[in-house]
Design a protein around this ligand. Structure first.
Ligand code: ADP
Ligand code: MG
Length: 233
């Protein structure tokens, strides 16, 4: 228990520092990006092959920074009433083209009498983007992803994301929330850590069940109204 608390504290400090640095890197990055874009647009640029790579890699840095910026707590966190069925369906639309291409079937079913929670919209979107992205990356073509929303009781909502993808080994399960832990060639290893942080910030819980070559089921439990809700809009 003691070790976990220290570990969590270390992560929090590292996350806040990284978020601060990410903000600072963003500005010079914007300048570099705009000049590289200009170079790429230049007809007679003899280095187009190289500047195109620069642009791609800048995009990748930008992706990593975006994942970090979520860790930077805005000064006022605004929580509002959110319908999770609508929010998750909206997030699904973002992945529509990719799922279409790969013939992935995704469904969002709500058996919740009330799928509303008080939460920060941006954070909730980021959470379900991260989790759905992992499921999409875990399944083969024609894979199946199912999201189920249900009321656990009057105070908690369960959102379960199930995929029939590659699944996780014991080792992956143990390390999945560690920053930078990834089994993917181009992974950042930040998605699950950030998801866990968002869930913790909302007073929720995450539970993973996974079997290799069978699939993964991730259950997120969120309080309908977080007890530590500082601002209610
Ligand atoms: P990334 O996706 O960049 O690798 P994440 O933090 O999102 O980083 O995930 C960490 C690792 O957890 C992944 O590399 C993968 O091995 C494992 N993982 C997460 N979600 C799933 C899933 N739905 N199915 C199988 N493995 C998963
Ligand atoms: Mg991920």
């Amino acid at each position: 228990k003691e070790r976990l608390t220290l570990e969590a504290e270390k992560l929090k400090v590292a996350g806040e520092m990284a978020a601060g640095v990410a903000h600072e890197i963003r500005n010079p990055m914007t300048v570099i990006s705009s000049f590289v874009q200009m170079m790429n647009a230049e007809r007679h640029n003899p280095y187009r092959e190289y500047t195109a790579v620069v642009e791609t890699e800048l995009k990748r840095i930008d992706e990593i920074l975006s994942e970090y910026l979520v860790l930077a707590k805005p000064s006022a966190t605004i929580k509002s009433d959110l319908n999770l069925h609508k929010l998750i369906s909206d997030v699904m639309i973002l992945f529509g083209p990719e799922m279409n291409n790969r013939k992935i079937t995704a469904t969002v079913d709500s058996v919740a009498a009330c799928a509303e929670v008080v939460a920060e919209e941006k954070m909730m979107k980021q959470l379900f983007i991260n989790l759905l992205k992992n499921s999409i990356e875990a399944v083969e073509n024609a894979g199946i992803i199912q999201v189920k929303i249900e009321n656990q009781n009057d105070h908690f909502i369960d959102i379960t994301i199930t995929d029939n993808g590659v699944g996780m080994s014991e080792e992956v399960l143990n390390k999945v929330f560690e920053p930078f832990y990834t089994t993917k060639e181009a992974g950042t290893g930040l998605g699950m850590m950030i998801s866990q942080k968002i869930i913790n910030d909302h007073g929720g819980k995450i539970h993973i069940e996974s079997e290799m070559d069978v699939g993964t089921s991730i259950k997120v439990t969120l309080p309908v109204v977080p007890t530590n809700s500082p601002v209610y809009a």
